[in-house]
Design a protein around this ligand. Structure first.
Ligand code: NDP
Length: 464
């Protein structure tokens, strides 16, 4: 085997975690290869965070056009969406990002391999290139960062549904959209496509959407989405899907006996790890429930020299988590950057946003989690009509909420539903990371007039 075929680190997968690990390791002087069979950037860049956020911006314009009237603007005619133009603009931006990710690899001196990689014996990886030829490489360390893929529906007619992989590029804009699933993707897509002009229905099998989020946040966002015009049908699921009369449309039979017509049925019922064809069993890499690769606290799998990070591990399927896991692994394998100490991965106080309309921002414990084990807490909350909507005419309200440990006064959880919640909660996440108390929130002066200032002026208390 030549020097060109032997590496210190071989990364399988060119998404957020894989690219970050490859670049950081190469910067530490390691010889690194990265294999990716599709476009660089993984889910986040190609069919996740980035296109989703771009479409969310597009959808917000519809609200802005409506609200503008209240501020004295007279729009010449009802604006209409040019769906092909939006798709083309998105595609051009994603192609630009794919190029940047490629450059990150070449710029860092990473050997970029195009093709499907497979574990091929101790310290070996084989890559089947686009020409069908297989080449084998050796590596001291192998990192699996292959991410995840949407779970396909297993109801009769499920093949007539689409997933988030296809929704951004639908040939025709779906005038009527049925979304199945009440998690991150289902709620975001329902809000976004409703904003873009689709008549949108979301069906969710449970009591309330966004299981795992703060109970009050769930009720509040459901009410806001419904008031905006998204139909939410809880305790309801799909029993079968058929092609409609004109073939393009879908007839969807629901478990409550009703039938809905839709132009597209979007399944957002979770994601599964991308492990097919990796040769995990033969290599002795153990998978847990749901097929996720099992790793220890140092991201080592059950097979020596093989590691995994990101969605394929499935601790938290979030881009910043994959990035942080990748950096912690590189520090452990190749040492930290000069002058810095090795990073460790901590999963508490990870802030997250759901880009519904209005968005949710959250960090720390929900009220329900904080109360577990009988802990005494104080809850501060306020919901109000934001200043902007006094003139816009929109009925949308904002919720801010703090969950505070009664004994130590420490803020355990911070939640917001309202415009820019993601931007606002990112800043407060630093305060929670530092262990801020309610007294320190109170000692902070607000920025007036903002919605965020509510977090430092909360007086309303309920002891629970
Ligand atoms: P989630 O796990 O968040 O939600 C899946 C939803 O589908 C839940 O409502 C779940 O219901 C429901 N569901 C699961 N299985 C079935 C089934 N067989 N039949 C009917 N309903 C079902 O997955 P998503 O696909 O929405 O997103 C995957 C992950 O991606 C998220 O958890 C998140 O980590 C990440 N993500 C993050 C985003 C962000 O940061 N803004 C945006 C998008 C994704 P139940 O609650 O009853 O289990």
């Amino acid at each position: 085997m030549t020097a060109q075929q032997s590496f210190d680190l071989f990364v399988i997968g060119g998404g957020s975690g894989g690219v970050r690990a490859a670049r950081m390791a190469a910067q530490r002087g390691a010889r690194v290869a990265l294999a990716e069979s599709a476009r660089m950037g993984g889910t986040c860049v190609n069919v996740g965070c980035i296109p989703k956020k771009l479409y969310s911006y597009a959808a917000h314009y519809a609200e802005a056009f409506e609200e503008a009237r209240g501020f004295g603007w007279r729009l010449p005619a009802a604006p209409t969406l040019d769906w092909p133009a939006l798709k083309a603009a998105r595609a051009a931006e994603i192609t630009r990002l794919n190029g940047i990710y490629e450059q990150l690899m070449t710029g860092a001196g990473v050997t970029r391999l195009h093709g499907h990689a497979r574990l091929a014996g101790a310290g070996q990886v084989s890559v089947q290139g686009e020409d069908g030829q297989t080449q084998t490489y050796s590596a001291r360390h192998i990192l699996i960062a292959t991410g995840g893929t949407p779970r396909r529906p297993d109801v009769p007619g499920g093949e007539l549904a689409i997933t988030s992989d296809e929704v951004f590029d639908l040939p025709a804009f779906p005038r009527r959209l049925l979304v199945v699933g009440g998690g991150y993707i289902g709620c975001e897509m329902a809000s976004i496509f409703h904003g873009l002009g689709a008549q949108t229905t979301l069906v969710y099998r449970g009591e309330q959407i966004l299981r795992g989020f703060d109970g009050e946040v769930r009720d509040f966002i459901a009410a806001q989405m419904q008031q905006a015009g998204v139909q939410i049908r809880t305790r309801c699921d799909v029993s079968r899907i058929e092609a409609g009369a004109d073939h393009a449309a879908r007839r969807v039979h629901l478990t409550d006996g009703s039938v809905l017509e839709a132009d597209a049925v979007l399944y957002a019922t979770g994601r599964v790890p991308n492990t097919r064809g990796l040769g995990l069993d033969e290599a002795g890499v153990r998978q847990g429930k749901g097929g996720h690769i099992e790793v220890d606290e140092r991201f080592a799998t059950s097979a020596p020299g093989i590691y995994a990070v990101g969605d394929v591990v499935g601790r938290m399927a979030l881009t910043p988590v994959a990035l942080a896991e990748a950096m912690a692994l590189v520090d452990a394998l190749f040492g930290p950057a000069p002058g810095q100490s090795a990073r460790a991965m901590a999963y508490d106080n990870i802030a997250t946003a759901v880009f519904t309309h209005p968005p949710i921002g959250t960090v720390g414990l929900t009220e329900e989690q904080a109360r577990e084990g009988g802990r005494a807490i104080r809850v501060y909350r306020s919901d109000f009509r934001p200043l902007k909507h006094t003139l816009s005419g929109r009925a949308e309200r904002t919720l801010v909420k703090l969950v505070v440990d009664d004994a130590s006064d420490r803020v355990l959880g911070l939640h917001m539903v309202g415009a820019d919640a993601g931007e606002i909660v990112q800043g407060f996440a630093v305060a929670l990371q530092c262990g801020a108390t309610k007294a320190q929130f109170d000692a902070t002066l607000g920025i007036h007039p903002t919605s965020a200032e509510e977090f430092v002026t909360l007086r309303q208390v309920s002891r629970r």
